[in-house]
Design a protein around this ligand. Structure first.
Ligand code: RB5
Length: 146
């Protein structure tokens, strides 16, 4: 029996919708199930609404980890971090993607479609998904995040 695929939730705002589509394809190519929470097109939307949808999906167990995209990655990460069960990190390169897993145990990857090119974003995604939390001295610090 093949292992069941892990589901990764993904959402964006209008500025991130094209990069979301590319990252969704990349998730599938890497063997993950992508739970696409929208939006479906380029019509203007408000990024907190989509961060909230992703928070809900993770909160009810539809996915354990997620990906959010807006123009900069900043607004949607701010919205995500209002939810105590999320640790959302804006990353710009594979180093920040790796370190936020190792040190912060981030469970939501945030990317800025106007900042980060698609190839770099896909590299960040791969590293984010395959790097384990280091624990140790970081465990207590992450616990203090609430
Ligand atoms: C939308 O224009 C833009 O403000 C949004 O995508 C994001 O960059 C906010 O942080």
């Amino acid at each position: 029996m093949p292992e069941p695929k892990e589901t990764i939730a993904i959402a964006s705002d209008h500025a991130g919708v094209n990069l979301k589509a590319e990252l969704k394809q990349e998730l599938q190519a890497l063997g993950y199930e992508a739970l696409d929470l929208g939006p479906d097109g380029p019509a203007s939307v408000d990024y907190p609404d989509y961060a909230n949808k992703l928070a809900e999906a993770i909160g009810i167990g539809r996915a354990k980890r997620g990906v959010l995209v807006c123009g900069t990655g900043i607004g949607i990460s701010m919205a995500a971090n209002r939810h105590r069960h999320l640790r959302a990190a804006v990353v710009h390169d594979v180093t920040t993607a790796r370190l936020t897993r190792l040190h912060n145990d981030a469970n939501v990857l945030c990317l800025g479609a106007r900042i980060t090119g698609a190839d770099v974003a896909k590299d960040c995604l791969r590293v984010f998904l395959t790097t384990d939390f280091e624990g140790g001295r970081h465990q207590n610090r992450v616990a203090k995040l609430g």
